[in-house]
Design a protein around this ligand. Sequence first.
Ligand code: WTA
Length: 651
Amino acid sequence: MSAEIESILHENRVFKPSKEFSRTARVRSMRAYRDMMKKAEADYPGFWGDLARTHLEWEKPFSRVLNDSNPPFFKWFEDGLINVSVNCLDRHLTTPRKNKAAIVWEGEPGDVRTLTYQELAYEVGRFSNVLKESGVVKGDRVIVYMPMVPELPVALLACARIGATHSVVFGGFSAEALKDRILDAGAKILITADGGWRRGQTVPLKEMADEALKGCPQVSHVVVLKRTGQAVAMQTGRDVWWHDAVQGKSPKCAPVPVEPEHPLFILYTSGSTGKPKGVVHSSGGYLLGATMTMQWVFDIQDHDTFWCTADIGWVTGHSYVVYGPLSNGATSVMYEGAPTTPHAGRLWEIVEKHSVNIFYTAPTAIRALVKLGDEWPQKFDLSSLRILGTVGEPINPEAWMWYYKTIGGERCPIVDTWWQTETGMHMISPLPGATPIKPGSATLAVPGIFADVVDAEGNSLGPDKGGYLVVKRPWPSMIRTVHGDPERYKKTYWGEFGGRYYFAGDGARKDKDGYFWIMGRVDDVINVAGHRLGTMEVESALVSHPAVAEAAVVGCPDDLKGEGIFAFVILKGGEKSGNAALVATLRDHVAKEIGPIAKPDHIKFTDGLPKTRSGKIMRRLLRDIAAGRETKGDISTLEDSKTLESLRHEE
Ligand code: WTA
């Protein structure tokens, strides 16, 4: 962990929820919020246990809420039985929600499909039977590599129905990245599509899947959805078309009740060391977290149309496109393509067309939309909106103000939600009918979450002191383990502060009102356009190119993406400079190894890197160079100060 965390933001504006808004909100006042916190403090298992009994449907009730006898391997609702698809589908079918839109989907070319809860349940039933007949049983891992189409949630819910564990791989990841994840998950079945639409082009998903599968002989079944109609190779005996597979299948498939701790999904995310780790989420606790935050943070009501723009390849799409909305019987909007195709007002057009009430996106998208100009949102009627949300990185107050005024018409509270792949649900966020909001602050922990900012020894810090963001008690939707590597789970998240707290990898400060201001990662993870990338991953991708001897990668400021990727590269043979062609080659190489999101924005060739005497690269110094800053702080451990000098002078 880096020792110095400096806090520089100062923002004094405060916006209170309007009386009209609060009157009908699920949480109506700060007093109501504090009462919930008091209850959680006084009786922690009672707090979560009551919610689990009230808001979820159990196949068998649990008798014990939290088993904390073997930390950090916590167990929630251990002796109950639950099925997640029953909670997202069946329980709505006996209510007026049966014919309510569960998913309103819009394809990039403009095609629209709406699936009611009944229709979704019908498709999930049929696809569950496809999985069963392919030999998938409880506990098997199913890899899903698909575009943003309704069949993606269908596939996930079908896995949940039969107790299989899904692992979605974002369609923007390369064949290489897909292969690593298939192998790590030990999956025998892959669900994909011929392609998907993005910026008027097709993304060749099946072709990339075929490439990945060359290294995965254990995969015996591939189901391929026809989406774009592009030509693909089908391997006889292994590959089947989705439409052929579901043909004649019964829509009835008995749900398999699972233990609440049974893994619902594995989602790979970058860490500061080694390969991406498979974050394992549970069934019962995870679903409770997604369900409750959908109510507290998004104030979801029966008449709402909710739109989270995240791809289901990320945790945000899992919790707030699929599980949170569907568990609550809400209408979830899904969009397949790019925000600016065919025009820069596409998102606002969708808001108008489907009369979206709650809109949730990333600061990087907001910054890009600001640049496109106010005329785009002004062309469309955005008056249906009542809540706006952000996630993925700190939002700068200017972008916040634009979102508030230009999109929200100064009437919509903004919920700036801090959370992570590992937390499963929002952890720090305003509750829109209760919390006064400040631009750039994620405000306070959600009910039942005990977060704090501490120093390196774990002592709670006073107002405006920068420190480490920790969570002091286990919570139902927390990560359970790293797939196949429980030690890594323990070490990564509970290795600091004597194992007492969950450490999130972020720095933060609390202001005098106790509001959290997230200051970004304090580990070797960079946050590019809201997506986590381990610097090590990009380094290994670079070093796997035959021309590269050594590489060091750091984040650098980027107006649009929040952080960009800056790579320092030492070439084999010691040349000090590579040409533009080599820069392009290396960028493409990284795209092939990981995916286009990992392409370095800047590559600087050098013949040395600043290292400590023990041989560790001093990234702090490289970050300063990448940002064009003066180097502050101690450089006494630097082995050879000449390297630093020469790196600077080459600029
Ligand atoms: C960052 C995304 C500031 C943070 C749900 C965290 C944020 C990482 C916010 C997790 C926010 C997420 N304000 N920073 N509102 N939300 N982050 O796993 O650094 O893709 O650790 O989960 O994103 O990214 P992940």
